[in-house]
Write a protein that binds this ligand. Structure first.
Ligand SMILES: *Cc1c(COP(=O)(O)O)cnc(C)c1O
Length: 355
């Protein structure tokens, strides 16, 4: 496949690789990047020819719209290597479609499939040595788009840059995660940009998350902005609650990002006979379930950590600890999903795509 696309992409190879300077065993998430990056500019109403070239900084005008008005979107995906040294992507069309939904919401141009998917396959093919074998090793993929047109007038840019950068990553271990349920701040509002993977959604979370960190909590469980009674997302992840043996997660929509991990876990859970209910869980229900012992698990779901079990939560200054259980749905589902991603289990859903 990649050969079809690479005819349409200029490739300038790095003279030397820095791969031998990287300590893959002790890598911290998101700090090391591979030898190359993909770059494609949009101007005068059309996408230009993409180029893959050595990873390096670049210059843009200080008045570029991205700096002033935050026209910036991104995706987060991963590539995996199986025991036969083949490299695999996981549901890349989902990320491609979501990227273009984000673009539309921020008045940015959609990126054509040949550039997003074709570019991804070409750069992954070139960087395949950076994808290490063995469960837990991945290559994190960060496609993004920024407005590079100059001028501080507050209107959408006419020039954009789409890029893909790649960062080798070990499985993400976040330690014990305790969360605070949001009573004042919100991640998203109806009519806003919460359903887009927009940079601004992240900057808006940093301050409330910092306040939570100062109180000894790692993350916030976001509630609906209007009433703060419905549980919506955990930090930058979708959130699942297990009450007795039923798994609950809120429906996606304007305030809740449509996560690929979330929908994959739902499908696996349903396939394997776990009762899943897609509905908002109320804060009051959660407190009640915590008090009567029916609350078994809370976990976040997203590409970076896959599944992030939560050990306890705070609401109105009361702390509720979750029980330690042996048959964790979070860990079972994580195992099943990662087995599909690493080609250790049969991909009955057809989610994996070879590079
Ligand atoms: C990216 C993201 C997720 C998780 O999406 P995945 O496709 O599973 O990685 C969940 N919530 C928010 C707010 C996000 O930005």
């Amino acid at each position: 496949m990649s050969s079809i696309f690479s005819n349409e992409i200029d490739i300038v190879k790095a003279p030397t690789s820095k791969i031998n300077t990287v300590d893959f065993e002790n890598i911290t998430f998101g700090n090391v990047f591979t030898d190359h990056m993909l770059l494609c500019d949009y101007k005068e109403g059309t996408w230009q020819k993409p180029i893959i070239k050595p990873y390096e900084p670049f210059m843009i005008d200080p008045s570029a719209k991205v700096f002033h008005y935050g026209q910036a979107i991104f995706e987060g995906m991963k590539a995996y290597k199986d025991e036969n040294e083949d490299v695999w992507m996981f549901r890349p069309d989902e990320n491609f479609n979501r990227f273009n939904h984000s673009a539309t919401r921020l008045a940015m141009p959609e990126v054509p499939e040949e550039i997003f998917i074709g570019g991804l396959k070409t750069i992954l093919d070139l960087e395949r040595d950076w994808v290490k074998k063995g469960k837990g090793n991945t290559l994190y993929i960060r496609p993004f788009m920024i407005a590079i047109g100059s001028g501080v007038i507050a209107q959408p840019s006419t020039q954009y840059r789409f890029m893909i950068i790649l960062s080798p990553a070990r499985s993400y271990y976040s330690g014990e995660v305790k969360v605070i349920i949001a009573e004042h701040y919100s991640r998203a509002a109806n009519g806003g940009i919460g359903a887009a993977k927009a940079a601004g959604n992240y900057s808006a979370q940093f301050y409330p998350t910092k306040l939570a960190n100062e109180k000894g909590f790692q993350q916030i469980i976001w509630t609906d902005d209007a009433t703060h009674t419905k549980l919506e997302e955990a930090g930058t992840m979708n959130v699942f609650f297990r009450i007795n043996d039923t798994l609950y997660t809120a429906p996606t929509g304007e305030r809740i990002l449509d996560g690929v991990t979330r929908k994959s876990l739902i499908d696996i859970a349903k396939r394997d006979g776990i009762n899943v209910e897609i509905r908002s869980v109320l804060v009051a229900e959660l407190i009640e379930a915590a008090k009567n012992g029916s609350l078994k698990e809370i976990f976040g779901a997203g590409t970076a950590a896959v599944v992030n079990p939560i050990v306890g939560f705070s609401y109105q200054d009361n702390y509720y600890e979750l029980p330690k259980i042996d048959d964790s749905f979070a860990l079972q589902l994580k195992e099943k999903l990662t087995n599909i991603q690493y080609k250790l289990a049969e991909d009955t859903f057809g989610w994996t795509e070879k590079v």
